[in-house]
Design a protein around this ligand. Structure first.
Ligand code: NAD
Ligand code: MLT
Length: 312
């Protein structure tokens, strides 16, 4: 029996080697399909492998009459309609561990870029402006980093921030006093963390409970001059409220890797000098992309060959 696998987002070529090397698998890599084209083709496939770009909607799933498994090469499954997949007997697997380190490193890079105005100063220098006064930054040593969501990435960010001599406090509904003590960090309610932090970084999944959890009220109770980092998911922070909080001077700066609508080229937040941004690059390292693609490839092979795999 031969299984047809469609890869609809760019995945690491090394990472998908296990699939290419499996005799009973035919791999089609088509990473520029429009939603209509994808809808017209999806019926041919037993497995679909995606990153975060392909939107696996209920409508697409209804057209996927042969689909048995969707592999998400990464953590977030918010681009996949899990309910529709389950209703249609399609299993969804992700690769939750492979990009943790890269996402944590990217978060630290964003904190450093933000606190020292590195992207803005570089941009000015490229435009032949040597301005040392304008780009005076702040040290992060002894500042308080508030982490909202202390899962795999949050924990790694906490360890790195402690290495930079930051004080770390976190809010996570599953965080206990004992765990916080073990990690050498403080913990509090969301409100306490928002009130105490000089830098706030979010690391929750995007779900209905976390959508816009950082909203106008949240900005209101934060310290004046707070800096915000989002390398998790667009939508956890209300972008309009963030814009207003920066313009009003309440928020001194924001470093954003993810946005409510992706991809885009124009965004009002990018018009603000206080905002530094990357186009969803948190997991974009050679290492992470290889690991996540290997992990989902193995899951797809195992599942289609009748073995057991774990659901996210
Ligand atoms: P994880 O599941 O290990 O951790 C998420 C944590 O959020 C959990 O500890 C959970 O208890 C906590 N949480 C859930 N609801 C919460 C709430 N209402 N308030 C506070 N905390 C809450 O996930 P992870 O692997 O650490 O990933 C974190 C986020 O980063 C996800 O959104 C993921 O999609 C995203 N991510 C982004 C990139 C990128 O390229 N920018 C890369 C990897 C992961
Ligand atoms: C993830 O959730 O794993 C990230 O968004 C990384 C990605 O695949 O781009």
């Amino acid at each position: 029996m031969t299984f047809n696998v469609l890869i609809s987002d760019p995945l690491s070529e090394e990472g998908i080697q296990p699939l290419r090397e499996s005799e009973n698998f035919t791999i089609v890599m088509e990473t520029n399909l429009s939603p209509e084209e994808l809808g017209n083709r999806i019926g041919e496939f037993d497995a679909l492998l995606v990153r975060s770009q392909t939107q696996v909607t209920r409508e697409l799933i209804h057209k996927a009459t042969n689909l048995k498994i969707i592999g998400r090469a990464g953590v977030g499954v918010d681009n996949i309609d899990l309910e529709a997949a389950t209703e249609n007997g399609i299993i969804v697997v992700n690769a939750p561990n492979g990009n943790t380190n890269s996402a944590a490193e990217h978060t630290m890079a964003m904190i450093m870029a933000l606190s020292r105005n590195i992207p803005q100063a570089f941009h000015a220098l490229k435009n032949r402006q040597w301005d040392r006064k304008k780009y005076v930054g702040v040290e992060i040593k002894n500042k308080t980093l508030g982490i909202v969501g202390l899962g795999r990435i949050g924990v790694e960010v906490a360890a790195r921030a402690k290495g930079q001599r930051m004080n770390v406090i976190a809010y996570d509904p599953f965080l206990t006093e004992e765990k916080a003590e073990q990690l050498g960090i403080g913990y509090g309610t969301l409100e306490e963390v928002l009130k105490k932090a000089d830098f706030i970084t979010v690391h929750t999944p995007l779900m209905k409970e976390t959508r816009h959890m950082i909203n106008a009220h949240a900005f209101e109770i934060m310290k004046s001059g707070v800096q915000i980092i989002n390398c998790a998911r667009g939508g956890i922070i209300d972008e309009n409220a963030l814009y207003d909080a920066i313009v009003s001077g309440k928020v001194a700066g924001a470093a954003l890797d993810v946005f409510e609508e992706e991809p885009f080229v124009d965004h009002k937040l990018l018009e603000l000098e206080q905002v530094v941004a990357t186009p969803h690059l948190g997991a974009s390292t050679i290492e992470a992309q290889e690991i996540v693609a290997i992990d989902v490839s193995h899951d797809v092979i195992r599942f289609l060959n009748g073995d057991v795999v774990k659901n996210p």
